[in-house]
Ligand binder design. Structure first.
Ligand SMILES: [Zn+2]
Length: 258
């Protein structure tokens, strides 16, 4: 386990799927982790279709490599009944082409893999990917596979948001402001690199999403304009919503930018 940082905090990462049915299990796991790592633990989250580490690799390394970063562990939270993995299976078993970006970033990892339980295979793949990325560092990589029994029910109304700060984990605040059901709110989350989501926007489009809300947390207009453009290029409507960063998040936000 990493040593406690100068401000007394340790960071624990979550690399999970954008599927909102997994967020309650994620929240419960974070409560358990708070007991293990202490009250100064700061969580950061990356999420996309399938919790695909390859997609957010660059952003993840920016956070890990940041000056004063003190990452103790990363939890790979993939889950049963994953829509992204259904796309993978269809692409390989039935040669259904989900588009070049999804093929290159997601499907290509599974050409040689055993697809009899594609979700478990995905979980293993993402752990391997995280282990490769963190090799030589004192960062634990742990699996936290979420089975159907631990997932919340699928809700009728779906929405999708893009968050470009991994330290912003108050999804309920966003759902309240958007007036949407948190249980149906898909979350794409990375670190200031909206182009990392090009394949995931393709997945959202294929799941019949019509709109993605870009959550604006600071004044980086260029980055948010780019995010909106990518949503529109993927054939969906982009909306933006301004949110305030909580104080605790602000410190880590600044730290990770250095
Ligand atoms: Zn999923």
């Amino acid at each position: 386990m990493a040593e406690v940082g100068i401000d007394g905090s340790v960071e624990v990462g979550i690399a999970g799927c954008m599927d909102p049915r997994t967020f309650e299990a994620r929240r419960k796991r974070m409560e358990q982790l708070r007991k293990i790592y202490g009250k100064n633990v700061v969580f950061f989250a990356f999420s996309n279709g399938g919790g695909n580490v390859k997609g957010f690799r660059r952003s993840l390394m920016q956070v890990i490599d940041a000056k004063e970063a003190n990452v103790a562990a990363i939890y790979a939270m993939q889950h049963e009944d994953c829509a992204a993995m259904k796309i993978v299976k269809e692409a390989i078993d039935n040669r259904k082409n989900p588009g070049k970006e999804v093929m290159d970033t997601l499907v290509s990892q599974f050409y040689e893999a055993d697809l009899s339980d594609v979700d478990k295979t995905n979980s293993r793949k993402q752990i391997e990917e995280l282990q490769t990325l963190t090799r030589g560092r004192s960062i634990d990589v742990e699996a936290a596979y979420i089975s159907k029994a631990d997932m919340t029910e699928r809700v009728h109304e779906h929405s999708a948001v893009m968050i470009l700060d991994p330290f912003y984990i108050d999804y309920s605040g966003i759902a309240d402001k958007l007036k949407v059901d948190l249980g149906g709110m898909y979350v794409l989350q990375t670190f200031r690199n909206p182009e990392d989501f090009i394949p995931d926007l393709g997945i959202l489009r294929s799941l019949d999403f019509k709109k993605v809300t870009v959550v604006e947390l600071d004044g980086n207009k260029e980055m948010y304009d780019k995010a909106a453009k990518l949503v529109e290029n993927a054939g969906m409507k982009a909306e933006s919503m301004r949110m305030e960063l909580p104080q605790k998040t602000q410190n880590h936000h600044k730290k990770s930018r250095i």
